[in-house]
Design a protein around this ligand. Structure first.
Ligand code: GRF
Length: 201
């Protein structure tokens, strides 16, 4: 399957997908990488892998709706089977969400600690277990139907960076597994339940 991956930062989740797709049996390949800002490591990773990139900055557009439409059009040019939002720090608008399935990954066990600071919030709350969530994006913030989750322990001396890296080690593996299975086996959504594989017909 054809993947468009959206990034805003270091792009280590993207890198995991690039590495996995080197195996033709994986069943998915990254056909383009999109970002909301220039000069991030995620874009450099795509370029090193000779994957086309695009950038759509919110500030370059007169309205949010204009940006939403521009993002959807850039993605559509690559005809993806699945869009993966991996550390993309913008809410995707209806034009994208209505045109493509979007998989999102979040470094907390939703519905706990949604939003841009899930790791910091979990740490501040004093939880002993946190984790990561892979879900289908909807129009809300981290509210879409959950596809997979995995727990990660919080250790006494953790700070945000240490805990986030422990989570990301699990998150990258979970995302690679789920994207590959969805690409190879397909999936169905009924309500808040996402079922991968055993498609009839
Ligand atoms: C990931 O933990 C993602 O869930 C969160 O930000 C991080 C992005 O990491 N939104 P990277 O850019 O893939 O390295």
């Amino acid at each position: 399957g054809r993947l468009v991956v959206l990034v805003s930062g270091s792009g280590t989740n993207l890198q995991a997908l690039l590495d996995a797709s080197a195996d033709p049996a994986y069943g998915a390949r990254v056909v383009a990488v999109g970002a909301d800002r220039e000069g991030i490591e995620g874009l450099a990773r795509a370029t090193r892998a000779q994957v086309p990139t695009f950038v759509e900055k919110l500030g370059d557009h007169p309205t949010r709706a204009d940006w939403d439409a521009a993002v959807a059009a850039r993605i559509a040019a690559y005809e993806p089977d699945l869009v993966v939002s991996a550390g993309f720090m913008k809410i995707l608008g209806a034009p994208t969400l209505q045109a493509f399935p979007v998989l999102n990954t979040h470094p907390a066990l939703l519905p706990s600690f949604p939003g841009a600071h899930g790791v910091r919030d979990a740490l501040a709350h004093g939880v002993k277990v946190t984790g990561c969530t892979v879900m289908l994006a909807d129009e809300g913030i981290d509210t879409g139907p959950i596809v997979a989750q995995e727990a990660v322990p919080v250790l006494p001396d953790d700070d945000e960076a240490v805990l986030h890296e422990r989570i990301k080690t699990v998150e990258r593996r979970l995302l690679v597994e789920i994207v590959g299975r969805m690409a190879r086996e397909g999936w169905t959504v009924s309500g808040r339940t996402v079922r991968i594989g055993n498609q009839s017909g």
